[in-house]
Design a protein around this ligand. Structure first.
Ligand SMILES: Nc1ncnc2c1ncn2[C@@H]1O[C@H](COP(=O)(O)OP(=O)(O)OP(=O)(O)O)[C@@H](O)[C@H]1O
Ligand SMILES: [Mg+2]
Length: 274
């Protein structure tokens, strides 16, 4: 377990997942989902069926993901949690169409991305998905604002409109004063917020985020989660987020817990928004 978890209460018979859940403030009416619901491949915002991922290491095959069935309903904020190395980033990358699974199907917004050509997939991703990478992936030669403007340009928003939109997005993540700074002059948390603003550019219908609050202090982390939750609840966006942070659980609709490449728990937190 990473040092981030060391402050969690040590209650002997609890699973790691239950420790996360116990740390959440509102965990009423828990009930299991039905991950084998094949119809959900068409109706859910994000759905996978029988996804596996194996890496070849010489003669040996290493199974990173095993038969993953997962659905995320439109407008939900869903968390993907689990220990380091359990396959969270691999799964998120497959669900976003950044990695091709060894087997299985992935549908986003009712369209099967695992059947798309590279060109179709690139276009679909640009139009519909905002992705926040674990390592930020900012262009070092561009300022914070320019990093966002480039993403907007690729989505067809150019010139003054792109500059204005970049400024609005930076304000939303509390970084307006740093608009003209390059990544090397930003702190880790500030870089993460630029990456978040860039992912939100062009109003994607799905946002996938790999530990978006890992480099943030608790206040900035809360601001970012509130922003993502508002996007989901008011903007109809769907958010799937990898996190180790138990404080985020109270802002989610559902939590999926991955261990050793398999889904161990899949629970709805239905009262969070009442
Ligand atoms: N390209 C690759 N080739 C071989 N093995 C890989 C590759 N990418 C990932 N893995 C392995 O797959 C497993 C899952 O990795 P992944 O990055 O998905 O874990 P994670 O749950 O995101 O971990 P963390 O919480 O530390 O970010 C790890 O054992 C990793 O070494
Ligand atoms: Mg990871």
């Amino acid at each position: 377990m990473s040092p981030k978890h060391s402050s969690l209460p040590k209650v002997a018979p609890m699973t790691t997942f239950n420790m996360y859940m116990a740390a959440a403030t509102q965990t009423k009416n828990l009930h299991l989902s039905n991950p084998r619901d094949v119809a959900s491949l068409r109706t859910a915002a994000i759905a996978s069926c029988g996804v596996t991922m194996a890496y070849q290491n010489g003669q040996q095959s290493y199974q990173v993901l095993k038969d993953i069935d997962l659905t995320v309903q439109k407008g939900d904020v869903q968390l993907l949690m689990g220990p380091s190395g359990s396959g969270k980033t691999t799964l998120l990358s497959i669900l976003a169409g950044l990695l091709t699974p060894t087997s299985g199907r992935v549908c986003l917004l009712g369209q099967e991305i695992t059947k798309m050509s590279r060109h179709q997939l690139a276009k679909f991703r640009l139009q519909n998905i905002g992705f926040i990478f674990q390592g930020f992936n900012l262009f070092p030669a561009l300022t914070a604002a320019e990093n966002i403007e480039v993403a907007l340009n690729m989505k067809g928003i150019k010139g003054k409109a792109a500059k204005h939109e970049a400024q609005v997005l930076l304000e939303q993540v509390g970084l307006a004063p740093q608009a003209k700074l390059h990544p090397r002059d930003l702190s880790g948390g500030q870089k993460q917020r630029v990456a978040i603003a860039r992912a939100l550019s062009g109003n994607p219908r799905i946002v996938m985020a790999d530990e978006p609050t890992a480099a943030l202090d608790s206040h900035s982390g809360h601001t970012v989660i509130e922003l993502l939750r508002r996007l989901a609840k008011e903007g109809g966006c769907t958010v799937l987020m990898v996190t180790h942070d138990p404080r985020i659980v109270s802002s989610a609709d559902r939590v999926v817990y991955l261990e050793d490449g398999s889904i161990q728990e899949n629970k709805q937190l239905s009262d969070n928004f009442l």
